[in-house]
Write a protein that binds this ligand. Sequence first.
Ligand code: ADP
Length: 580
Amino acid sequence: MKKTKQTHRIKVNHKRELIQSLKDITDSKKENKEIRKDNVYLSELLKLSVDLLEVTEIDQVFRKIVEAAVHVIGLDTGAIYQIHNHKLQLQFTYPPMPDDFPDEFRKALLSKHPHIGKVVDSCAPLVVRDIQEENLTAEEMVIVDAHDMRSLLYIPLQTQKSVVGVLILGTVGRSFGFTEREIDLSRTLSNIISMSLENSFLFEKLNEKVQELQDTVQRLRLVYRAIDQSPVSIIITDPKGIIEYVNPKFTEITGFTLEEAAGKTPGILKSGYQPKIFYKNLWETITSGKNWVGEIKNKNKNGEFYWESVVISPMLDEHRKITHFIAVKEDITEKKQLFENLVIAKEKAEESASLKTAFIHNISHEIRTPLNAIVGFSGFLAKPNLDEETRHKYVDTINQSNNQLLGIINDIINISHIETNQVSIKDSSTNIRKVFGNLHRQFQLDADKKGLDFRINIDVDESELTLITDEGKLIQIISNLLDNAFKFTCEGFVELGCRRGNGSLEFYVEDTGIGIPGQEHKKIFERFYQVDKAISRGYGGTGLGLAISFAYVELLGGKFSLKSTPGKGSVFSFTIPYRK
Ligand code: ADP
């Protein structure tokens, strides 16, 4: 009996243990299942984090988040809203919204979605187990109805402690319990997604910055190309004027390469033409923050001078401090030369016009005087009872006037022949003593009239007094010089001379007349030119004699020279080649 009782107790205990053990096994199986499920969740989450690392584009991130979250928690739908300034923007839904879903519902005020509002305020997940038991706004209803949603889980998405979006996961046509484990899981999910969102926002900002940088680089490249290929030369210096950059045009004009110019100042181009004060003013202008505009004569590496039109501007930073100076320079040497030539041409044209006017004025006077004499005295000759002596005097005057008139007309014809290259040389054997003798006789009268000493000086060997040249032109050259010498001398002497030069004979006419100022020495050989207006000074003349003589000396192969001092006298001399 005792044994039976004992046996019964043992059996009961055994059964209890068995039940307990079965219960333990069931519990442990259950726990194992939960653990396995957790493991699956964790591996899914890990996979999602890795996946999210690979995408950076925000739209892709939204899509990945929604699809992965729906899958991990085992739900049917998902949507993601972005929040900005209390406004919602529906970014992505899974499955996509029906085609007829009105576009305006993708945007809404946060106040129209109170469930999302709660999540934003609490920063914590929100579970709605059955949507039918909730009061929904019209806006919420439209979304819920679009997918016939039943249970919903709202997960906040945070970046830098503010909610920037909400992920909404839900079931379609079935309710879902949402255990503590799943809510926990959604918190982990929220952290992972938030991090990834933050990353992609940062990436987006970075992208914008990179884009801005690329645009800036692009613009800088354009500016650099413009400067590099510029047709004007450009120098950039630091605030002390030390060169940092020069463009290829600078090198082309100055000969200095960038390597040679860098580290030096633009002073390497100084020509010495501008005074120190010029550069001082320039420097004061630009260091006071103003532009300097002007022209500078500079010198290139080869020592050649050139002119530049220059604009120098200070470059300022945001605090208006000068960081650089930039000089833009255009080579204007040719332009300047052209301009100078134009000025000279204009002055010449004006001078020539006024000379011509003076010439016409003179010539009419010069012609009228002898003509009047000829006409007047011819009339007197017709008078009856004219004694022989008076008639001779009249005839002499008429002859003199004739010669004077002829001289003027000859001068005009000669100068026009010279100008049209119609003068030819007629060589013949010419004896200087004979020529001088004739001229002496011819001009002695003028000398006597003015009480001047007329000297002849032949300093040449007798054997060399005959040469081959154009005798007529030689006589005319000397006549013109003697004419002037007697005309412009009131006292003293006039000397005609000749001496032997190296391969040439040198002739001269010296006088003790009024002389010619230095600045006029060149001009008096130009046609029509007279030192003072002929009529007002009372010497007469047409201003053609020296121009004709000068041209003839050149034609004969010689050279003219003049030494003269105002108030003391002049020596006109010329050479002609000595040919036998
Ligand atoms: P013209 O004597 O007819 O005026 P020229 O061509 O011979 O013309 O001379 C030009 C000018 O040169 C003169 O008008 C005069 O002003 C100056 N000149 C020439 N020879 C002399 C001289 N011997 N002494 C002073 N002036 C002179």
